[in-house]
Design a binder for this molecule. Structure first.
Ligand code: PHE
Length: 435
């Protein structure tokens, strides 16, 4: 991890940190704002819980599904670098539109943010990959560092924007999220001098070895197949993991004993715990895999992803423990929740930054951005799936759903382990490091 990285990395790190601050800050107060009654202090929209959660589900899905148009815009017209800038502008405009209190500005603001994240998030990730040449052994570490930046923004946002939004007023919270994004744009503009080589528009006919409509080679086709399979992995992963904002959040509020030293910690505060764990354990998990690699043991991305899904799934077993403890109507110990998030994050760190890096290694150059776009769209579907699973828990019972997630992830991971050698062959050595 302590190698030198390209100078562009800190620029992308801080830009994305602020974008995530803006994104997670707004997300933290969205449902609270929607469900708050329309009268009294700091009024909201007076929606029912169900209506609010439905909108939340669509929003968290669309925000990533729009990565597909975002990817197309970058590949066809603007290149990633300019599309990221456009995305930042749209996000800031959207957040600032939410400052105005009306239904029309509310929907306009959401649409602007959705389009903006679609332009920014996949393309900035592709740019991180573009900082490294094929076979550069620093690439995975670069993505881990970038991922830590994401989570600094994600950890701070619910605390700061949440506080301002709840205490001073929702619209100040939205405004603060907008200011965060503008700071990100500032960093990005200032850092252009370090990004000269990356994210530029390449006209199709100039893409190495292609004529305009030349079909993909056999190797490229095989790699696209592996990528498509990894998108399924991603849907399963986020479908389980994203319980954090919904089911786990409600469970924490209702059935976890949150008293610490005579003080009751508000449930919403626990929303920052996974992001803090990413910051604390990010480098340790990356070093663990690096060490295994040096010992000559298996460390291909698909292997890490399989292990990641199983470890994350084991986190849900901890929640099964909590439900058993609370079965008599009492509350469960906090340690279950903390252990659950810890295992989920260790799994996340073995999968999520690795998957980002994997895509930049495997995608054919002319489809680089669109492949990343589809990857994020898969994440969006995972988010929607998570909402459906969470809803299902209301009728099926929490123990059944938490345990079900654990078993499913374990079996899914084992299935991947069974087939990963075959899948690895289809990558045709894209992961070979030329150290
Ligand atoms: N915490 C991650 C992030 O905000 C979650 C995520 C992973 C979202 C992959 C989209 C795609 O970046």
């Amino acid at each position: 991890m302590n190698q030198k990285h390209p100078k562009g990395l800190p620029i992308l790190f801080f830009t994305e940190m602020w974008e995530r601050f803006s994104f997670y800050g707004m997300r933290a107060i969205l449902v609270l704002y929607l469900t708050k009654e329309t009268m009294g202090e700091n009024p909201g929209m007076g929606w029912s819980n169900t209506d609010a959660l439905v909108l939340y589900g669509w929003y968290t899905m669309l925000v990533y599904v729009f990565s597909i148009p975002g990817g197309i815009i970058a590949d066809r017209w603007l290149g990633q670098k300019k599309t990221v800038f456009l995305g930042g502008l749209l996000i800031a405009a959207g957040q600032l539109t939410l400052v105005v209190d009306s239904l029309a500005t509310f929907y306009t603001g959401l649409m602007l943010i959705i389009s903006g994240v679609g332009c920014l998030k996949p393309n900035i990730s592709t740019m991180v990959g573009g900082l490294y040449k094929a076979g550069d052994p620093r690439r995975d570490a670069g993505f881990t560092i970038f991922y830590i930046g994401i989570n600094i923004g994600a950890a701070a946002a619910p605390l700061i924007v949440g506080y301002i939004g709840e205490v001073y007023g929702w619209h100040y919270g939205f405004g603060l999220a907008g200011i965060g994004m503008l700071l990100g744009q500032g960093v990005y503009l200032w850092g252009q001098k370090f990004l000269k080589e990356v994210g530029n528009f390449i006209p199709m006919e100039k893409v190495e070895g292609s004529k305009t409509n030349k079909p993909l080679t056999k190797i490229e086709k095989d790699r696209v197949i592996v990528l498509l399979i990894s998108f399924v992995i991603v849907i399963v992963f986020w479908g389980a993991y994203e319980q954090a904002g919904g089911l786990m959040n409600i469970y924490t509020k209702e059935k976890i004993n949150r008293m610490v030293f005579g003080f009751e910690i508000p449930a919403s505060l626990f929303q920052s715990v996974p992001a803090f764990f990413v910051i604390i354990f990010g480098t340790a998990v990356a070093s663990f895999w690096l060490k295994r690699n040096k010992l000559g043991k298996e460390t291909s991305s698909l292997f890490k992803m399989a292990i990641g899904i199983m470890v994350m799934g084991t986190g849900f077993l901890m929640m099964s423990g909590a439900t058993l403890e609370a079965a008599d109507g009492g509350k469960a110990m906090l340690i279950w929740l903390i252990l659950s998030y810890l295992l989920q994050v260790i799994g996340e760190l073995s999968l999520s930054p690795v998957a980002l890096s994997f895509i930049t290694k495997l995608a054919p150059v002319k489809y680089a951005s669109i492949m990343m776009g589809i990857y994020f769209a898969a994440t969006g579907l995972g988010n929607k799936l998570a909402g459906l699973v969470g809803e299902f828990a209301q009728s099926a019972g929490e123990f059944e759903v938490f345990t079900g997630i654990f078993i499913f992830c374990l079996l899914f991971g084992l299935l991947l382990l069974l087939f990963f050698k075959k899948l690895k062959e289809l990558t045709h050595g894209a992961e070979e490091v030329s150290a």
